[in-house]
Design a protein around this ligand. Structure first.
Ligand SMILES: [Zn+2]
Length: 372
């Protein structure tokens, strides 16, 4: 039961200035298109071998198909998996330390859960070699996507390559803009630290999840996020909802939830919707309240709340009083190859917006003072 923010202003990537550092933030090492296919093809059994000829593969479709496959496992399955993965933190590059973003985060989380990797650290085949380490023979890399803008005349390899930040809205703009050039979605392959022999210890240590989530009670952490955002929350309603017109979160009475964790999880889901208000991240997906726009905002909220709940350690909590929209999301994703990239980026922006406002914990300062 969600209304979401629809505004008449034109869509824009609010809240995510394209910082100079964004090239690195895509998590791609310099020169990835050349580096990457070798990274995949170089080891036996890598999916890269099937995808040679980097422009032949429709990467947007490949990534969309993978995410759709995850969603088709059902709401509880992917929600639990992604929240659990999120509790270990965002995957990062072992050489640069830069976190991955957008859809790549989902692809890496899924691979980590599927294969049981404990580490958050990922490297290309070449990066591992450059650190004096070696991807073990037979290991399969995880296919990720990287966006790059090329001049329209096709000779843009030299002067037309413009890195694109989070992969999403910019891409849509590029597709519709005549002079912007062609936005290429290129594959690269990553290997988990667990697939690599001989990594320096400091790289391995990067992958050890920060213990913050487990140190504190998840509910307390959720309350610090909710309190820090200072959203208007009213109780006593049948269903959980965010009303953009009133800029108000509505929840059932606390005693109607099956647990404090479920109450927090539900409130956090609505808080992700709350970040989309025109005064905040201004998520606007269309001028009318269409089914597709509605389903898209739900997908953003679902992904965003997985990030937020993972951050809090609310891994077993269920979002209650909330209809399942999976069928509608799947339709959106199947009908638009860019949708998952944009949704994942917007979800990450919402997560960053919420976490930036987290109230400090007394326990943290007390603990550090006591330890010193
Ligand atoms: Zn919702």
């Amino acid at each position: 039961m969600h209304a979401h923010s629809i505004s008449s202003s034109s869509p824009r990537a609010a809240g995510s200035p394209n910082r100079p550092g964004n090239r690195a933030a895509t998590g791609v090492p310099p020169g990835p298109p050349e580096d990457s296919p070798k990274a995949g093809g170089g080891t036996a059994g890598s999916p890269g071998t099937a995808a040679r000829g980097r422009n032949r593969m429709d990467m947007r479709q490949v990534v969309t198909d993978r995410i759709v496959a995850m969603l088709e496992k059902g709401g509880h399955v992917f929600r639990e998996r992604w929240t659990r993965a999120a509790a270990r933190g965002v995957p990062r590059n072992g050489k640069t330390g830069v976190p991955y973003r957008g859809a790549n985060v989902l692809l890496l989380w899924e691979a980590a859960i599927e294969e049981g990797y404990a580490s958050n650290v990922w490297l290309t085949y070449r990066q591992a070699q450059s650190l004096g380490a070696q991807v073990r023979k037979g290991e399969r890399g995880v296919l990720c996507a990287h966006f790059e803008r090329r001049a329209r005349d096709g000779r843009g390899d030299v002067d037309g390559v413009l890195p694109v930040g989070g992969a999403g809205e910019e891409a849509v703009a590029a597709d519709s803009g005549a002079r912007a050039g062609v936005l290429m979605c290129l594959p690269f392959w990553l290997f988990n630290a667990a697939q690599i022999d001989g990594l320096p210890l400091e790289v391995v240590d990067l992958g050890v999840a920060a213990p913050t989530a487990s140190v504190q009670v998840p509910v307390e952490r959720a309350i610090r996020l909710l309190g820090g955002c200072n959203a208007t929350i009213r109780h006593g309603f049948d269903q959980a909802a965010y009303l953009p017109g009133l800029d108000e979160i509505r929840l059932p009475w606390p005693r109607q939830f099956t647990s404090a964790e479920a109450q927090c999880a539900t409130a956090l889901h609505e808080l992700v919707h709350w970040t989309g208000h025109p005064d905040r991240l201004n998520r606007c997906f269309g001028r009318r309240f269409g089914d597709a726009a509605y389903a898209f905002e739900e997908l953003v909220a679902e992904l965003g709340s997985a990030f937020v709940m993972g951050h809090c350690g609310l891994v077993d909590a269920t979002v209650e009083g909330h209809a399942a929209y999976i069928g509608a999301w799947l339709q959106v994703l199947r009908g638009d190859r860019m949708a998952i990239f944009t949704a994942a980026r917007l979800a990450q922006e919402a997560f960053a917006f919420i976490v930036a406002r987290e109230m400090p914990a007394l326990a943290e300062s007390a603990a550090s003072a006591g330890g010193a």
